[in-house]
Design a protein around this ligand. Structure first.
Ligand code: PLP
Length: 352
């Protein structure tokens, strides 16, 4: 794969406040791009991070034919750069692409592009406890055509932003039973823009009522829980870890899959099954619901401290050192930074 590299003449890295990285407050100096036309990906290039130029008729702006991914690069104690299960993101990117009538990208192009960009921007992978560089691949339609049909021309590109290691304070979530994130036959499993735009309005309403996030329920009966915000959802009921099954309304999270595999190895009882709203409420009431948390790349694990349903709030017990969510969070962090369970082969080292 031949990549044309144009280096930035004025690095912005000296502007970074490492005490206050936040999430993608600082984009790295470069971005990767390539073009799709006449049926193939070409013109691979890395250039300084800058604005794009698009036709105002570009179909993405009108009809949202666009998909994205999110993964992270970590720096281990020896200074090596590691990425976590990128082949899972590649696979999911292509599932999203197919659903949106967009061209797929061969896994070697997807992963090589990330690798080459990280080589150029290697000094942007921060050191420090649980810090990382968030990698955001996106693909979008380019055709300047105001008519609805799959476009012929696309861009695939990658940008990166620094992410501080953050401990997610336990959050308040509301079980949403009016608005819908995803329906059977729809695009819920795809990381495509429409899902996130449609989720904004109900989330804003819930935020006015003091909730940080929503728990989405199925779009048909609103009787079964599916996801929490943009994270997959887990409960600890009695001593079992329980998570709803995938299917076309739930995003197939890499963190979710890693938690399920890891739990089996750690001899934590894990069940993938439907969870009804009434089970959530009754187990909260009778005390058998011990923990609830969201799982995703950004926070890894975000514990839930309160669940709201029909104008009533139910508290969860406080997280302790020995909570399952805490055990899994520490273990996953150790794995991602190459400190534990290397035999899982979940890390790809970027050779500089
Ligand atoms: C990205 C995402 C997730 C989490 O996926 P990870 O691969 O673990 O980051 C879960 N739900 C939704 C809706 C998402 O967009």
């Amino acid at each position: 794969m031949d990549i044309n590299i144009t280096k930035s003449q004025n690095s912005k890295i000296s502007e970074v406040d490492y005490e206050n990285l936040g999430f993608c407050k600082y984009y790295s100096d470069h971005m990767f791009l390539c073009d799709y036309n006449n049926g193939s990906w070409k013109n691979f290039r890395i250039k300084p991070f800058e604005d794009l130029s698009l036709s105002p008729a570009c179909t993405t702006l009108h009809y949202g034919q666009t998909i994205f991914e999110g993964l992270k690069a970590y720096r281990d104690n020896d200074g090596k750069i590691l990425i976590f299960r990128p082949e899972k993101n590649s696979e999911r990117f292509n599932k999203s692409a197919e659903r949106m009538c967009m061209p797929t990208i061969p896994e070697n192009i997807f992963i090589n592009s990330i690798e080459e960009l990280l080589k150029v921007d290697h000094n942007w992978v921060p050191e420090g406890e649980e810090n990382s560089l968030y990698i955001r691949p996106i693909s979008f339609a380019l055709d300047p055509y105001i008519g609805i049909r799959p476009a012929d021309n696309y861009t695939f590109m990658i940008i990166c932003g620094m992410a501080g290691g953050y401990y997610s304070e336990p959050v308040n979530v509301k079980i949403e039973t009016k608005y819908t994130r995803a329906v059977t036959g729809g695009v819920g499993f795809s990381k495509t823009a429409a899902n996130y735009a449609a989720a904004l309005y109900p989330a804003v309403i819930a935020q006015k009522d003091g909730y940080h996030q929503l728990i989405w329920t199925d779009g048909k009966s609103h009787e079964f829980v599916e996801e929490s915000g943009t994270m997959n959802l887990f409960f600890v009921i009695e001593n079992k870890l329980v998570t709803p099954p995938l299917g076309d309304t739930v995003l197939d999270g890499v963190t979710r899959d890693s938690i399920i595999q890891l739990s089996k190895l750690l001899k934590i009882d894990v069940e993938v099954r439907k969870v009804s709203v009434s089970e959530v409420i009754s187990t909260l009431q009778n005390g058998s619901m011990k923990e609830a948390f969201g799982a995703g790349t950004a926070a890894t694990i975000a514990p839930i401290k309160l669940i709201g349903y029909k104008n009533k709030n139910y508290n969860l017990p406080q997280i302790t050192e020995n909570s399952i969510s805490n055990t899994l969070l520490n273990k996953l962090n150790d794995i991602k930074f190459g400190r534990d369970m290397k035999e899982l082969n979940w890390l790809k080292t970027i050779s500089l």
